[in-house]
Design a protein around this ligand. Sequence first.
Ligand code: PGA
Length: 248
Amino acid sequence: MKIIQASNYEEMSKAAYKSLHQFMQMNQHPVLGLATGSTPEGLYRLMIDACKKGEVSFASTETFNLDEYAGLSKDDKNSYRYYMNHKLFDHIDIRPERAHILDGEAADLELECREYDQKIMEVGGIGLQLLGIGLNGHIGFNEPGTSFDAATHISELAETTRKANSRFFNSLDEVPTKAMSMGISKIMESREILLLVSGEGKAEALHTLLTGEITENFPASILKNHPNVTIIADQAAIGGKKFPDQVG
Ligand code: PGA
């Protein structure tokens, strides 16, 4: 894993945009894996600015989001469909039918997961996958203990995840207990992975990722087995520690 150290959140977002832009230029029909949460918002703002200025176009881009809460409608302001529409898709030239997110209200969630993997396969897999990391090492909603072989699946949210995400809801009780997540095996099939880590709250997770063993108890640790991962972390997440430019 290559590590890029950014001075702050803004610089992390700019470095992420630079990698994404390079990827977009090298691919006529780019397939992006996208993430939600606070971490990628700066990157999404840069993508919107660049698109509005005509520096980049997403007209032939296909995107697949990592995850979605089970039971939330696409109009619920806490659904990831709502987040993506408002923070990115509505402001760029992507074709709506090419911006895929698992449907949290699907009648058959298992079937929804299988069809999602099928769609990813049909477009030739994900070229560039964007990731954040949870306090417990989750990627997407692959919580600790999830098999590294998992395909897209229904996931039981860890209490740490529900508490961390409760900041967006009126109360912890409102945070769904279940979600759907792209599986770890699918994430690992992406040709390139960009993991963004920001803020002192993530310092421990980053340290565990860089120094710990590969274990299903810390899902992000599997990324050490991927041949093309770049971590972009800001100084708050690095926390004054010395890390090499390359790990694993
Ligand atoms: P965050 O979430 O970007 O809001 O920190 C990341 C995650 O939990 O995967």
